[in-house]
Design a protein around this ligand. Structure first.
Ligand code: CO8
Length: 257
């Protein structure tokens, strides 16, 4: 598999995807979107891959949608063309995906990181939704996912002023799961992904589904959904193996059955 804007490396059961448009700080143009959707579609059905790490360069995870590409579009172009709707496929990816962020994660870059299941960032990471400075608003979930992640006050602050927040602020307000030194970013993200890929993929898929549901429905409905999936796991061999391994004081060997 070879792509113009992406690099792919496999480490054990982890696929590491690197956004690779250094000349534009990894700005997300339509080629990036098409290629990323294509690649994730292939990884979705690849049984050898249990989890994905999505990263960028040291300077930029992604500095947003490609402003030069969309600059000359008018309302009819973007409305009839349903601009950016292809990115929804990324949020629909069913395997765990970790964003490993260094440098700028702005606009669509911040939104792409938020579509991932969690974010590990370096101390140099900077997050923001600067669309207001361009005369537009976030268009790929920034007003919704950011608000759910950090609450109204911070989301309003970032979206209305266009300011960036650093990794420390992003971690303290809940946008980022872990902050690490630059040289440990990929190591830490791959280790987390490898750990996840070693668990029962049935249970892993259900964690992703249930936690994601928490953002979409009431607590009562979410709890009921969680309980039903929890019950259903008792029909799997992996539940028998996981619990037997605990009792027998050994490491579980999951078969994803
Ligand atoms: N689009 C296109 N090109 C970009 C972008 C971008 N978003 N960001 C940077 N570049 C290009 C620059 O034009 C420059 O190219 P050139 O050398 O040809 O002039 C090159 O990358 C390097 O950038 P800078 O020289 O500006 O680098 P600096 O270190 O001086 O500044 C910044 C870095 C602060 C990140 C600055 O580049 C910047 O402000 N970039 C734009 C950030 C922004 O406004 N992002 C939001 C874009 S709108 C958006 O994302 C809408 C989301 C809707 C959905 C998205 C779906 C994907």
């Amino acid at each position: 598999m070879s792509y113009e804007t992406l690099l792919l490396e496999t480490r054990g059961r982890v696929a590491v995807i690197t956004l690779n448009r250094p000349q534009a700080l990894n700005a997300l143009n339509s080629t990036v979107m098409t290629e990323l959707c294509d690649l994730l579609g292939k990884l979705q059905t690849d049984a050898a891959i249990g989890a994905v790490v999505l990263t960028g360069s040291e300077k930029a995870f992604a500095a947003g949608a490609d402003i030069k590409e969309m600059q000359s579009l008018d309302f009819v172009d973007v409305y009839l063309g349903n601009l950016f709707s292809g990115w929804d496929d990324i949020a629909g990816f069913r395997k765990p995906i970790i964003a490993a962020v260094s440098g700028f994660a702005l606009g669509g870059g911040c939104e792409l990181a938020m579509m991932c299941d969690f974010i590990i960032a370096t101390k140099t990471a900077k997050f923001g939704q600067p669309e207001i400075t361009l005369g537009v608003i976030p268009g790929m979930g920034g007003t919704q996912r950011l608000t759910r992640a950090v609450g109204k006050a911070k989301a309003m602050d970032l979206c209305l002023t266009g300011r960036m927040m650093d990794a420390h602020e992003a971690e303290s307000c809940g946008l980022v799961a872990r902050v690490v030194d630059q040289e440990r970013l990929l190591e830490e993200a791959v280790a987390a992904a490898e750990k996840i890929a070693g668990f029962s993929q049935v249970a892993v898929g259900m964690v992703k589904e249930t936690v994601s549901r928490a953002f979409e429905q009431t607590l009562t409905e979410g709890l009921r959904f969680e309980r039903r999936l929890f019950h259903s796991l008792f029909s799997t061999e992996d539940q028998k193996e996981g619990m037997a391994a605990f009792v027998e004081k050994r490491k579980a060997v999951f078969k994803n059955r």
